[in-house]
Design a protein around this ligand. Structure first.
Ligand SMILES: CC(C)(COP(=O)(O)OP(=O)(O)OC[C@H]1O[C@@H](n2cnc3c(N)ncnc32)[C@H](O)[C@@H]1OP(=O)(O)O)[C@@H](O)C(=O)NCCC(=O)NCCS
Length: 202
């Protein structure tokens, strides 16, 4: 059953306040608004994605009616439900951040963000992908394993707030066979999430 309807697009400056809110609620060491401004301006390397939905008449941030109404009333504020970032340098797609608003987790949106970033990275020449994840973050690790990341290292005391270790995870190669598997995963996600993609090819 479809539980969410979202637009997948590149992050813009006006998104920063909502992104910072989700970030603060998701991470002990959130990025600042200035960091996001820098990342958005760093277009040669940094690829930032958001998922946007719209509040409907009942105040709930989904619904086809709400989406249609937005076409008529574009001033209706969009609601961001998740975001992510990927640095693409010399074939390496480094997932720098990813988070879904607490109220919207467990519905496939984290997958959509990750798959969206990986497809775009492949389209732009990404050859492999890496990321760091807290050793205790089982949920995120499960998401990454689903997308074929494997643990390839451990960075001791990596997180400055509490000295927790980071696991270094990697998936390679991001070849055409992997791209096909990603696209199959996106198609499977369509059973759970209605999404419009304005990111992977932009
Ligand atoms: C990690 C995060 C982005 C996942 O987003 P989400 O929208 O809740 O995840 P999805 O619904 O797309 O789930 C995708 C996969 O993640 C894993 N997952 C999600 N929720 C899980 C849970 N409660 N327990 C275990 N695995 C879980 C599963 O592998 C799931 O696949 P499945 O549906 O086939 O079981 C989200 O939990 C989050 O924002 N966490 C806080 C920020 C964070 O930790 N970011 C990662 C930093 S490295």
């Amino acid at each position: 059953m479809i539980s969410q309807r979202v637009l997948m697009r590149a992050m813009r400056s006006e998104d920063i306040p909502q992104v910072v809110d989700i970030d603060r609620a998701s991470f002990p060491m959130p990025w600042s608004a200035r960091t996001y401004e820098f990342e958005i301006s760093n277009i040669s390397t940094s690829h930032l994605i958001v998922l946007e939905t719209w509040p409907d008449d009942t105040g709930q941030a989904h619904g086809l009616r709400a989406a249609i109404r937005r076409l008529w009333k574009p001033q209706t504020p969009a609601v961001l439900v998740g975001y992510g970032g990927c640095w693409l340098v010399a074939g390496e797609a480094h997932i720098s951040t990813i988070a879904v608003h607490r109220d919207y987790r467990g519905q496939g949106l984290g997958e959509l963000l990750l798959a969206g970033m990986l497809i775009r990275a492949i389209n732009l020449g990404g050859e492999y992908s890496v990321l760091e994840v807290r050793a205790s973050n089982q949920v995120a690790q499960a998401l990454y394993r689903k997308y074929e990341y494997e643990v390839v290292g451990r960075r001791r005391g990596y997180y400055r707030d509490d000295g927790e270790d980071a696991l270094l995870m990697e998936v390679r190669p991001l070849d055409s066979a992997y791209r096909q598997r990603l696209i199959a995963r996106l198609e499977a996600l369509r059973q759970r999430v209605y999404f419009v993609d304005r990111f992977t090819r932009s």
